[in-house]
Design a protein around this ligand. Structure first.
Ligand SMILES: NC(=O)C1=CN([C@@H]2O[C@H](COP(=O)(O)OP(=O)(O)OC[C@H]3O[C@@H](n4cnc5c(N)ncnc54)[C@H](OP(=O)(O)O)[C@@H]3O)[C@@H](O)[C@H]2O)[C@@H](O)CC1
Ligand SMILES: Nc1ncnc2c1ncn2[C@@H]1O[C@H](COP(=O)(O)OP(=O)(O)O)[C@@H](O)[C@H]1O
Ligand SMILES: [Mg+2]
Length: 282
């Protein structure tokens, strides 16, 4: 494997698109976040909020009924569609054609949810970000990976990666297996960790931002929202993944002097998104 190339501010600025002064919400992209189940509606809140705070024009969240009031009260800017089931997602019927969809945070692995994921993958045409339980569902139903469109972005943490590609004996073997998986399904793997690597078939790049403050519940859910937002703003999938992990890490680097490692929480990533985006422009 060639040494990975580094995702630096300089590299990001080669494709970063400042917001056009004449844009409107319809042009900024409509993203959909499919997330949450009873006890994990927080994952849907975090992903939806980070999505709307990363520049897309409209966000619709699809969640089970139990999350309706929680989501509407937490983020009035986000529209909500509820499943007929109270506690977990059983059907994915969207009343719109989204520019991008992020699916998986907190959805669980109930059989009804697994069936809904299968039906969704069968008919979906939108660019996708796959995270958390949808990765676990795919790991248990590997033939469904054939339904995943090319250039889909998968964002596994190490355990989710292991469930997908199997155990590895060494770091070198982990990369070998991840590259083979990315080539087989023509997908982009955001291999989350410290640091995060992005695997796009044989090309590997390494993020240069972020710190241990990110080792906190929900920080991956927030990353899913950020990348989905960028994808819905028409960034190429690889660029959406690179800019997403760079900005996500940057929020923690910016916040650290004020929060320290211990008090930083996933909501602090969202709180610092503005400063992180601004730092790209000066
Ligand atoms: N507020 C909410 O609603 C929240 C909802 N959430 C949602 O909950 C669902 C379950 O997600 P999850 O990731 O907690 O469970 P799971 O996939 O079993 O992974 C845990 C295993 O992975 C390992 N592991 C993880 N990271 C690792 C690393 N860097 N390096 C090494 N190992 C690592 C770790 O291994 P350990 O070290 O503990 O042996 C552990 O065994 C999911 O849908 C998510 O979106 C959460 O986002 C939280 C906030
Ligand atoms: N020590 C660390 N240094 C840098 N980034 C980290 C560290 N620990 C975790 N992260 C980042 O935090 C995020 C954790 O994602 P994930 O495990 O999916 O969280 P959750 O499922 O709780 O939302 C990833 O982006 C990962 O790269
Ligand atoms: Mg996660």
């Amino acid at each position: 494997m060639k040494p990975p190339y580094l995702i630096t501010k300089e590299e990001i600025l080669k494709f970063y698109k400042p917001v056009n002064p004449l844009t409107h919400k319809g042009l900024q992209g409509h993203a959909v976040i499919i997330a949450g189940s009873y006890g994990k509606i927080g994952a849907a809140v975090l992903a939806s909020k980070s999505c709307i705070k990363s520049g897309c024009g409209l966000v619709t969240a699809l969640i089970p009924k139990c999350g309706y009031q929680i989501l509407q009260i937490s983020i009035p800017e986000v529209m909500v569609v509820t499943d007929e089931n109270a506690n977990f997602i059983t059907q994915i019927n969207l009343p719109l054609i989204p520019k991008a969809i992020g699916i998986g945070p907190g959805i669980g692995k109930e059989l009804g949810t697994q069936k809904a994921v299968f039906e969704f993958l069968r008919i979906n045409k939108a660019p996708l970000v796959l995270d958390a339980d949808v990765l676990n569902i795919l790991a248990e139903n590997q033939s469904w990976l054939e339904l995943v469109p090319e250039k889909t972005i998968l964002t596994p943490h190490p355990k989710e990666l292991e469930r997908l590609i199997g155990k590895w004996d060494s770091e070198a073997q982990k990369f070998q297996k991840a590259i083979a998986f990315s080539e087989q399904y023509k997908i982009i793997i955001v291999m989350k960790g410290a640091p995060t690597f992005i695997i796009n078939q044989t090309a590997v790049c390494q993020n240069t931002t972020g710190n241990a403050a990110l080792a906190t519940a929900g920080s991956g859910d927030v990353l899913t929202g950020i990348i989905t937002s960028l994808l819905s703003q028409s960034y190429e999938p690889l660029h959406a993944a690179q800019l997403g992990v760079f900005i996500h890490g940057l929020t923690a680097d910016i916040a650290l002097p004020k929060t320290g490692y211990q008090s930083f929480i996933a909501s602090d990533i969202i709180k610092n998104l503005g400063k992180a985006f601004l730092s790209l422009e000066n």
